[in-house]
Structures are given as structure tokens and as C-alpha cells.
Design a protein around this ligand. Structure first.
Ligand code: FAD
Length: 294
């Protein structure tokens, strides 16, 4: 169905898109504009985030249900287990199964105000995403995606520990990993060498966050321990009042990263869309994706 690959790639990659449940009617309209623009690019799945502690439980469910009802897309519902009992989380999983959802992104989540801080699990809850993955698979044969941190998670002891955790999640039933976003492509490739050498064979989608607002990105990346390279900041210097150029640079940077990763054999990309289509749409076009006939 896809006409041809772009950027000199032998074939276009498979893509997935991440959205957040909207808080207002206005935001819902904007989200659906983005979904409708990106849907014809035929993503492998689209995921919808979930507020830690269940703060978006109903909104996530509504968004996922609307995707199922109004599009041909395969939704993946994010689910966190922090600040909830196993029984509450299991209810959400069963509701998804009953609604026809077959893919869950299983995460622990950050307790409010505790990003990077000490995490205290609830005694009656799932302790981490490994336990949550096992809980999900006990309820139904879902596809389960889990997180992976190329630059390690703030709570992580080491890359080796993170790889052991990933393997434990796979043993618990995880079928795919999606990475935290990153901008150091060479560092990502070295990290992935270690993951693959450890015997991990499940598909791993690099998480791509196109950035046109560097100051906003800094606020987002700092607390979750993602280092931003100096060269990236330098690209945006003096462009605070020039959003159009910032968007062009953002698309160029992300497309270049994806092309390099595709040349290294990566064929699945997960885009953090921030509920906007424009950058991701342009990057996908550069990578050779084309609209399929609806
Ligand atoms: P886990 O993988 O459970 O790890 C947490 C801690 O537990 C780590 O220290 C780890 O070492 C330890 N651990 C886990 N399993 C084991 C094991 N088997 N043995 C020993 N130790 C173990 N947050 C949200 O609130 N909502 C979202 O929708 C959301 N979506 C995300 C999507 C992606 C792709 C990513 C990368 C992150 C997302 N997050 C989301 C953020 C995430 O919730 C936080 O980063 C959180 O701090 C960690 O969650 P996790 O699932 O990675 O944790």
C-alpha cells in the first residue's frame, strides 16, 4: 500500500504514535485533528497515555474507545500501577479487554511529586511494571509493551540492571519495548548493542520526540534524567520568536535521527506526538510513508 521509501531507505519504517487524553473540549478537537491527519499513514498502533495513580483513567478509556469506534487504528492503552490496588488495576484491564483493546503499555508510573524520588509501593498494589505485566497477561492474551531507558532511569543502578529488568518483563509476558526519548543516537546504538548481546529479541521501538520548543523540552527532560546535548540547544539559540524555523529544525533533526537508525536496521519508530500532527507527519513523509486509501 505504501508507494516508496524516502530519504534513500530501502523501505519505509513501521511507525506508532503516542497521544495523551485531552483535558478540555478544545483539546479534544485538536487531538482528533491530529489523529485524523496521522491515521492514513497506517501506524502499527496508536497509544494513549495514562496519568499515574489513575488520574486520567476515564479520559484514557474514553479516548481509546473512541479510537476503536471511529477509526481502523489499533489502540494501545497505557496503564500505570502506582497508587492503586491490584483489584483496581485489574478492573481497568478487564474493562479494556471487554471493550476490545488488545494492547496495553504497562508502566509503573511516578507518584505525584516524586519523579526521581524514593518510590514507596502500596502493599496491596503491583510493585512494578514487571508484576503489572504478569497481572495483565493473567487476565488475557494482550500484547504488552514496556518501557526501556537508553540513558537509564533516575532510579536505576546500572544499564546491566535495566537489561535484567527488561528480561524479567519479557519472562512475565512483555512482547515489545518502547524507549524513552533520546537525542544521542550513537549512545542509543551502543546501549542497544548491550541489550541485544544480552539475548533480548523482542521488537524495540526507539521513542522519537520531535522538539521545536527547546525550553519546554528542558523542563520535561530534566526531572526524568534525560540529558540534552549541547548541539541541540545551540540549534535553537536566538529563535525564541521564530516558531516556524524552530519547527523546520525540529523536523530535520528528528528525521535525520530516524534515517540513521533505519540505516542501522531499526524498522519501528514510536513518535511522541504531544497531540500535534505537523512535525510527525512531515518526518514520516521524509521517511517514505504515504497515505493509504481510506
Ligand atoms: P519499572 O520498569 O517498573 O521500573 C521501576 C523500578 O522498579 C526500577 O527501579 C526498576 O529497576 C525496578 N524493577 C522493575 N521490575 C523489576 C524486577 N523484575 N526486578 C527488580 N527490579 C525491578 N508514566 C505515566 O504516568 N503515564 C504514562 O502513560 C507513561 N507512559 C510512558 C511510556 C513510555 C514509553 C515510557 C518510557 C515511560 C512512560 N511513563 C509514563 C513514565 C514511567 O511511568 C516512569 O518513568 C516511571 O518512573 C517508571 O515506570 P516503568 O514502567 O519504567 O518502571
Amino acid at each position: 500500500p505504501i508507494a516508496r521509501a524516502g530519504a534513500g531507505l530501502a523501505q519505509p519504517p513501521r511507525v506508532s504514535f503516542e497521544f495523551s487524553p485531552p483535558k478540555t473540549e478544545e483539546a479534544e478537537v485538536a487531538l482528533w485533528e491530529a489523529i485524523r491527519r496521522l491515521a492514513p499513514l497506517n501506524p502499527a498502533f496508536v497509544s494513549v497515555t495514562y496519568g499515574a495513580g489513575g488520574s486520567t483513567r476515564d479520559r484514557t478509556h474514553r479516548t481509546v474507545s473512541r479510537i476503536l469506534a471511529e477509526t481502523q487504528l489499533a489502540p494501545a492503552a497505557h496503564l500505570t500501577c502506582v497508587d492503586a490496588s491490584r483489584a483496581e488495576v485489574d478492573d481497568v484491564i478487564r474493562d479494556y479487554w471487554d471493550a476490545g483493546v488488545r494492547h496495553i503499555v504497562a508502566l509503573r508510573g511516578d507518584p505525584p511529586g516524586q519523579i526521581g524520588g524514593v518510590y514507596v509501593p502500596r502493599p496491596d498494589g503491583y510493585v512494578n511494571a514487571t508484576e503489572l505485566t504478569a497481572g495483565i497477561r493473567a487476565i488475557g492474551p494482550f500484547e504488552v509493551s514496556v518501557s526501556l531507558y537508553p540513558q537509564t532511569h533516575p532510579e536505576s543502578g546500572s544499564v546491566d540492571h535495566d537489561i535484567d529488568v527488561l528480561k524479567a518483563k519479557i519472562d512475565a509476558g512483555a512482547t515489545r519495548a518502547i524507549t524513552q526519548f533520546f537525542y544521542d543516537t550513537d549512545g542509543f546504538l551502543r546501549f542497544m548493542d548491550r541489550v541485544r548481546k544480552a539475548g533480548v529479541t523482542i521488537p524495540i521501538s526507539p521513542g522519537i520526540m520531535p522538539v521545536s520548543n527547546f525550553k519546554g523540552l528542558k523542563r520535561m527532560a530534566g526531572p526524568v534524567g534525560i540529558p540534552l546535548p549541547g548541539w541541540l540547544g545551540a540549534l535553537f539559540e536566538g529563535l525564541d520568536k521564530d516558531p516556524e524555523t524552530r519547527r523546520m529544525i525540529a523536523a530535520g533533526v528528528a528525521a535525520e535521527m530516524c534515517v540513521k537508525l533505519a540505516e542501522e536496521g531499526y524498522s519501528d519508530f514510536h513518535f511522541y506526538t504531544l497531540n500535534r500532527a505537523d512535525l510527525v507527519y512531515a518526518i514520516c513523509r521524509i521517511l517514505g510513508l504515504r497515505e493509504t486509501a481510506e
